[in-house]
Design a protein around this ligand. Structure first.
Ligand code: NAP
Ligand code: G4F
Length: 346
């Protein structure tokens, strides 16, 4: 049987690296688009990549950029995949307040460039499209458990750009009959998570503090609540959406939420550090009970111009229609992140 071909934009990111592995196990030929950078950006996929002259024809990389229509069109027309996964984005919410125009161009218009290419293929093919949507779309929506019917209220340039991508995906599905799905994914983490997202930042800092390589973790809003899952579980949901008979949109979440402060407390406990929280002026700090050293300190720098306080997902539609459910819980996720970080430090 002919092997299926997948093309992943954002292959070098956390999800791109897990999705590549997942699809290779499913016997796909996987093509990935990486952008040119002055330092290497392929750490997360180096172990599955081999130069083509060595013989690996199952995982192939191409240069490209979703802000560059020509490169997007060229790679899709050349590869002619069965499935395209658009995971490429300026994906940091906090940073999107600093580079809103670039965020809109990549996180917003990137999807349009891919969809336009699929619509205008030189050689006709029914390519299926996955759009990496986000629970950030819900923003300050008051509904406690968010599902596919919850009203959106984006709170950052990132979320507004994702809102454009969400609707342009639906529009191309309705207008041109393209098999296009939005995954509305709640936060998902892993040892491969980018260093400036809060979970990885906390795990890395507390492990380094444990090893006497760092003194303090500087942090922003401790009260934000997130529904945190594991990236490896979530990439399976992306694939499942594209295997359905009809394209649709799905919320992917664990249905449990924790605060940033709880994430810090549990991680510290796993490392045998006992914390004592105090308020100093407007901000909180936490001391190591053992020696009174200040380990965690709030810093104005890490607060956002507009915050999303409360994210909790209801993924019953995906559980029923895709037969998807998360395999790892919150504790397992932190455990794995701590173990991998300690290995890295050792
Ligand atoms: P990530 O680790 O930040 O990866 C983003 C990927 O996009 C990287 O491969 C990055 O390349 C690439 N990229 C950025 N700008 C690009 C451009 N102009 N052209 C081509 N590629 C570009 O993000 P992630 O956590 O894997 O998330 C994957 C997708 O899901 C993103 O769209 C994100 O917004 C969305 N999402 C993530 C979560 C989550 O909790 N992780 C939840 C909901 C939605 P470099 O490696 O060169 O930077
Ligand atoms: O880890 P975060 O930066 O993730 P955020 O903003 O929820 O966005 C992530 O999840 C979205 C899905 O909901 C994705 F679409 C998006 O691409 C990304 O993957 O921050 C989580 C919370 C926020 O409330 C933030 O204000 O942690 C709070 N926080 C507190 N101190 C901090 C920090 N966040 C970061 N990054 N760094 C801090 O020092």
């Amino acid at each position: 049987m002919k092997k299926k071909i997948a093309l992943i934009f954002g292959v070098t990111g956390q999800d791109g690296s897990y999705l590549s592995r997942f699809l290779l196990k499913k016997n796909y030929v996987v093509h990935g688009v990486k952008r040119r950078s002055s330092s290497l950006n392929t750490d997360r996929i180096d172990d599955i990549y081999q130069e083509p002259w060595i013989g690996n024809k199952k995982f192939i990389l191409h240069y490209g950029d979703i802000t560059d229509s020509n490169s997007v069109s060229k790679v899709i027309n050349e590869v002619l995949p069965d499935e395209v996964y658009n995971l490429a984005a300026q994906s940091h919410v906090g940073v999107s307040f600093m580079i809103p125009e670039y965020t809109s161009n990549s996180t917003g218009l990137g999807s349009l460039r891919i969809l336009e290419t699929i619509r205008n293929l030189k050689k006709k093919k029914n390519i299926k499209y996955y759009q990496a949507g986000s629970s950030e779309l819900f923003g300050s929506s008051k509904q406690k458990k968010k599902n596919e019917k919850t009203i959106f209220h984006p709170r950052s340039p990132y979320a507004v750009a994702k809102l454009y991508s969400h609707w342009i995906t639906i529009n191309y599905r309705e207008a041109y009959n393209i098999f296009a799905c939005n995954g509305i994914l709640f936060n998902h983490e892993s040892p491969k998570r980018g260093e400036t997202f809060v979970t990885k930042k906390i795990v890395r800092a507390l492990c380094r503090i444990k090893k006497n390589k760092q003194k303090t973790l500087y942090i922003g809003n401790l009260n934000a609540k997130r529904d945190w899952g594991h990236a490896e579980d979530y990439v399976e949901a992306m694939w499942k959406m594209l295997q359905k008979k009809k394209p649709d949109d799905y919320v992917i979440a664990t249905g449990k939420q924790y605060t940033v402060k709880q994430f810090i407390n549990i991680t510290a406990k796993k490392l045998g550090i006992s914390l004592k929280w105090e308020k100093k002026g407007k901000f909180y700090l936490a001391k190591n009970k053992k020696n009174n050293n200040i380990i965690v300190k709030q810093d104005r720098k890490y607060f956002r111009a507009a915050e999303v306080d409360d994210l909790l997902g209801d993924s019953s539609k995906a559980r029923k229609q895709l037969n998807w459910r998360p395999k790892r819980d919150f504790n397992k996720l932190i455990e794995e992140m701590v173990v991998e970080e300690m290995k890295f430090l050792n």
